[in-house]
Ligand binder design. Sequence first.
Ligand SMILES: Nc1ncnc2c1ncn2[C@@H]1O[C@H](COP(=O)(O)OP(=O)(O)O)[C@@H](O)[C@H]1O
Ligand SMILES: [Mg+2]
Length: 358
Amino acid sequence: MLKPGSTIGILGGGQLGRMLALAAARLGLHCHIYSPEKDSGAFEVVRASTCAPYDDETALARFAASVDVITYEFENIPAKTAAFLAKRKPVFPDPRVLELTQDRLVEKNFIDGLKIAVAPYAPVHSASQLAAGIEKVGLPAVLKTTTMGYDGKGQTKIKKGDDANAAWRSLKNKPCVLEGFVNFEREVSVIAARSADGHVECFEVTENEHRDHILKISTVPAKVSPQLATEAKRVATRIAKALDYVGVLGVEMFVVKDKGKQAVLVNEIAPRVHNSGHWTIDGASVSQFEQHIRAVAGWPLAKPLRFGRKVEMTNLIGAEIHDVDHWLTVPGVSVHLYGKTEARAGRKMGHVTRVYPK
Ligand SMILES: Nc1ncnc2c1ncn2[C@@H]1O[C@H](COP(=O)(O)OP(=O)(O)O)[C@@H](O)[C@H]1O
Ligand SMILES: [Mg+2]
């Protein structure tokens, strides 16, 4: 168990790192942010930071020497970087988890191997595999690059009558996974935390609405049956255990109607704090960020309790940052801005959380 005053090293300097560092500060822990990007928003809120590429071994060694434990807020950290650091300091979650979740196909095979339901899928490394994949999963389908996709980037829908090879070409013929299109009733996620001693705490199931493939609104409670909520948390818990995970992970799921009953299919795993868990900062007795810090520091997890009858988190994307004047005056709303200067289209600039009183 890390003592207050210890330092947690965080790889990645975006808003997730920033919110992790703020949560750590409340617990009397310091953070050292490592990020290759000069304008990393997380640099502003920590005492120590390193701005260097992920392959700069001198900077990495110095970083490792200055911290007690290492975690990350960004899952596309090169495997080599994680391995280099893991030789010097404990890294949570284990770098193996990064490797598994960096590749959609490896990740799907893993979930499927746990006998947890996923959408039908097939690997696409050649034109013949693409044709066989369409045969298997049917149309419409979604073609996704196996690596580096986020916020809907690196994926394209293929409908009946479309030229599938052209769709693959639009993804530069990169290795892909083809998924059957899921006619979901709603999208939900479970944010789970697992401590070093194997205890798991899940936040309530959260309902997520995307716009242009980017998360727009998360709401709790989700409109799902108590049975489905229990099942969704059970699935996330099984995944966390199977990965021997330490920290917070987000599991994105589709809710489908199966013979009149709601059932879940796992869409993807995020090996980090997750945008759909931002409501927990203002809407619960402990935030996902604090849970993650507690887990990687070897502290016991808190039992999260939700405030209010309903909590709603809305992302401020691109120019929506200018709506902040309005949000600042709405009763029950907490405003979070990430300190990014340029409001590029599709960029997550901040979020607001509204707690509806009981
Ligand atoms: N197989 C699918 N069927 C239906 N919708 C999908 C499917 N895959 C992805 N989507 C939609 O696209 C969004 C982004 O896809 P996802 O696989 O989560 O990639 P990302 O890494 O960009 O978040 C999902 O949240 C969902 O709304
Ligand atoms: Mg996703």
